[in-house]
Write a protein that binds this ligand. Sequence first.
Ligand SMILES: [Mg+2]
Ligand SMILES: [Zn+2]
Length: 176
Amino acid sequence: MDHGLIIFDADGTLRYCSVEGQPCPNRDGEWELYPGVAEKLSEFEWRGPGEDGGTGYGIASNQGGVGAGYFSLDTARELLEDTFRRAFGFDPAPGTVQLCPHHPRSGCGCRKPSPLMINRIIDLYGLEPREVLFVGDSEDDRAAADNAGCDFQWANRFFRRESEGSHPENIEPERP
Ligand SMILES: [Mg+2]
Ligand SMILES: [Zn+2]
């Protein structure tokens, strides 16, 4: 399975919240990369949109905590870009980190399982959906990949952490 672009979910996929009983980080210092994430990603040669060779990258993350009033849009974006930098080891190109800041029940058009965020990143790279892999930990991630027409892989499998105790089936706690 060789893909021209790999897009990742963030929470439960690249990072976990280090505050007990809280599903997502609300501020700096409340998250950690899962062990092995940076090591696995360092096996790839990554390329930004418009660059030659290698594999394209992106993040598509539901951040319903913004709409629910737990943290600001700026904070959500900074935390995701910090996550990207720690995971990949470089700055994300503009547009490659997509987030939905809307309340889960707002009925917005971008929240996964909508394919919109994935489609935006695919368009940046000018690829076809079948050339793309989405890696996530929730049923909404799997459905978003289906809706975008791209391949899907569970994060635990991609990162070879099947035995990870806290996320046995990659089922993410529901954010309010
Ligand atoms: Mg997730
Ligand atoms: Zn949205």
